[in-house]
Design a protein around this ligand. Structure first.
Ligand code: PRP
Length: 208
């Protein structure tokens, strides 16, 4: 079963509370999302393979390191974009792809409406990014699509998860570790995470 890492860090708890607070305005919401994005990336990349290589310091030659596979960051549109700045601040070399998924109003099935990602998914270390893992439908669908396109080394990075979403992802994708800032209590009848923070995309983009 996929490993789930819930980051236990005072700075994460601080920014998470800013994000949860319904009175937080857009600018502060964006800053908090950026800070947590960087911390999530730090954790998600903690087992990034390294190659050793010599490096010449001004004093002498020593052994250094270079990250092995390329890092791809793939946000699930639209809300996934909110974590990208924080992640690429930490890993500026990362390539960014996009996948758009919406939920059909009648069937409730996830549908792709857009994708554009760099070639070479099968040799990359891929972070799939979405701040909300609610039922897990969108995440599981995006992971299926990326795997069909060659991705085979994936981490799912999410700000807040519902236990239902974690269970769904673990069942559908036991090979994909989940990195999150919080696993909340439950979903409500409208499939919103409780206590959650509302709709992350609307709050980040100011489209409430
Ligand atoms: C939200 C969120 C996830 C999805 C989670 O997106 O960003 O993508 O719902 O729900 P699920 O786990 O039940 O699939 P939303 O549909 O609000 O679209 P947006 O990103 O464009 O705001």
């Amino acid at each position: 079963m996929a490993q789930v890492t819930e980051i236990d860090h005072p700075v994460v708890k601080h920014y998470l509370s800013i994000l949860r607070n319904k009175k937080t305005e857009t600018a502060a919401f964006r800053r908090a999302m950026g800070s947590i994005g960087t911390i999530l990336a730090y954790q998600a990349l903690s087992d990034l393979p390294l190659k050793t290589q010599e490096v010449e310091t001004p004093i002498q030659t020593t052994m250094g390191h270079k990250a092995g596979p390329e890092v791809f960051v793939i946000p699930i549109l639209r809300a996934g974009l909110s974590l990208v700045d924080g992640i690429i601040n930490f890993m500026p070399d990362a390539k960014v792809g996009h996948i758009g998924v919406y939920r059909d109003e009648k069937t409730h099935e996830p549908v792709n409406y857009y994708h554009n990602f760099p070639g070479g998914l099968n040799n990359a270390y891929t972070l799939v990014v979405d701040p909300m893992l609610a039922t897990g439908g969108s995440g599981s669908h995006a992971l299926n699509f990326l795997k069909e396109n060659g991705a085979d080394n994936i981490r799912f990075v999410s700000l807040i998860c519902a236990p239902e979403g974690v269970e769904r992802l673990q069942k559908d994708h036991p090979d994909v570790p989940i990195i999150t800032a919080a696993i909340d209590e439950k979903l409500n009848k409208d499939a919103f995470i409780v206590p959650g923070l509302g709709d992350a995309g609307d709050r980040y983009f100011g489209t409430l």
